[in-house]
Design a protein around this ligand. Structure first.
Ligand code: FAD
Length: 439
């Protein structure tokens, strides 16, 4: 491997500015008697260098330059079109995040223009037409369906085969999936199979004209933004030289909009293949409301993994689905006080959530953690008790309609984003609320 930067020894003064400017400890000074006044030169550790160019900018003597690399990317970038959303379903129920992504997809489609279509991809077995209707109601222009016994249970290998084959054949420009346990696990495989990039856990997406530094042409590219460096900066990532452009987004980051299309009476029947040529192995049917459905038959290699039994975790909780969240942090002091929090949540028909500090202390489970390394939530009401409001926690609650914070420190950062702030003892407020609600 050659270094992504070149150091010109005739310009290097050995001053060490580049060493200070490097955030990855990839530069050091080495003894070089006679090379300059200080008798030392900058040297790069190729393994540690991330090609961020910070050293190029830090060097006042123009001794460091980027090494231009030949990019081996997708050769026919302009032949890709359409935006796809992976419509994750389990037991015949589509995950809410798929609808959220389709809603966002409509916006991206409008930004992309030029005949771009929004498609949903359904994988599974014995899939009902009702699922297709739900996807079309949110605004999908077409739905790809792969219905095969091998896809009855989610298994990363067979799901990867199915989605990668579809993408190779139909060449979408963008593919989005929810950053759920399923999406996270198999999307990375699909990206590797298609030899393209993947940005995980995006919090913002938009399509914008961007110049491609390799061929000098300007194209509409997907800008994929996500927090980086512990949430201290937002990084915008692009995939300029490869297709498809792939991203995952956590549930509740985007809002689902109510249906774009309404069912029309008398249009409920499928009109299979009407007015279309049927290709070998592919069944095309026109469905109601003008949505095209492409049922793809493919040979799916049987999984090396066999599901013997599916055991549901009785304690499983999905805090992202709750309308009311009652969250506790380190300020709650101990696990016993979380029992009170559960009582309050029950009275409010909500769920208990927590900061990472409370999870790390063992007062509740990681499933209930909100924030950058936990869940992103968007309840109607988020009650935060004894939570300071660290940036990593706030990252997970920006979608909440109302934030009510209780903290005994009036300067706690949570008050900066709270709609209602109560300066006081969290336990006193919890006890009072429980008493009043019981009345
Ligand atoms: C890479 C990375 C990822 C992270 N991801 C997450 C994440 O996903 N989620 C997350 O939450 N954190 C995350 N963190 C940790 C985060 O930085 C904070 O440390 C954490 O959120 C603090 O939790 P807390 O607010 O409960 O505790 P503290 O910051 O200790 O705050 C406790 C608060 O309770 C108040 N208090 C104390 N006693 C009382 C009382 N009797 N009544 C009322 N208030 C009281 C205090 O004034 C204080 O404001 C992450 C950190 C890193 C570095």
């Amino acid at each position: 491997m050659s270094a992504p930067i070149a150091i010109d020894p005739s310009r290097c003064t050995g001053c060490g500015l580049c060493v200070k400017g490097c955030g990855f400890e990839a530069l050091r000074l080495v003894e070089a008697p006679g090379a300059n006044k200080l008798g030392r030169l900058a040297a790069v550790d190729e393994g540690a260098c991330r090609a961020c160019s910070a050293c190029v900018n830090a060097c006042k003597f123009k001794a460091i330059s980027e090494v231009k690399r030949e990019v081996v990317g997708t050769t026919d970038l302009d032949s890709y079109r359409d935006i796809w959303v992976f419509a994750e379903q389990t037991d015949g129920k589509i995950a809410e995040v798929a609808f959220e992504l389709l809603t966002k997809g409509l916006e991206l489609k409008a930004q992309r223009g030029n005949g771009c279509r929004l498609a949903a991809v359904l994988l599974g077995h014995a899939l009902s037409d009702a699922l297709i209707d739900q996807l079309s109601a949110v605004g999908a222009d077409l739905v790809y369906v792969v219905d095969d016994p091998a896809l009855a249970q989610y298994e990363p290998g067979v799901y990867t085969d199915a989605l990668a084959s579809l993408a190779k054949k139909y060449r979408p420009e963008v593919i989005l999936a929810g950053a759920t346990a399923i999406g996270r696990a198999f999307f990375a495989r699909v990206a590797a199979r298609l030899r393209t990039g993947l940005t995980a856990d995006c919090t913002a997406l938009k399509v914008e004209a961007t110049e491609n530094k390799t061929d000098g042409r300007t194209r509409l590219l997907l800008h994929q933004s996500r927090p980086a460096f512990g949430g201290n900066i937002m990084a915008t990532i692009m995939t300029p030289n490869h297709r498809p452009q792939m991203a995952t987004v956590r549930p509740k980051v985007f809002k689902k909009e109510k249906g774009k299309r309404k069912s029309e009476k008398g249009q409920g029947k499928s009109e299979k293949g009407q007015g279309r040529e049927l290709k070998v192995g592919v069944e095309v049917e026109e469905r109601r409301l003008g949505v095209e459905v492409i049922r793809e038959e493919m040979r799916i290699t049987e999984s090396k993994v066999r599901t013997v039994e599916v055991v549901r975790d009785p304690d499983s909780v999905d805090i992202t689905a709750a309308e009311v969240l009652v969250a506790g942090g380190r300020g709650l002091k101990n696990a016993l006080n979380f029992v009170k929090l559960h009582e309050l949540a029950g009275l409010l028909h909500g769920e208990v959530a927590a900061s990472r500090a409370a999870v790390d202390a063992g007062w509740t489970t990681a499933r209930r953690q909100v924030g950058q390394t936990g869940r992103t939530v968007a309840p109607r009401i988020y009650l935060a008790f004894g939570i300071s409001g660290a940036i990593q926690h706030l990252e997970g609650i920006r979608g909440a309609d109302r934030i009510i914070a209780v903290n005994n420190d009036p300067k706690a950062p949570i008050f900066d984003i709270a709609d209602l702030g109560i300066v006081g003892d969290a336990l006193e407020v919890i006890d009072t609320l429980i008493k009043e609600l019981k009345k």
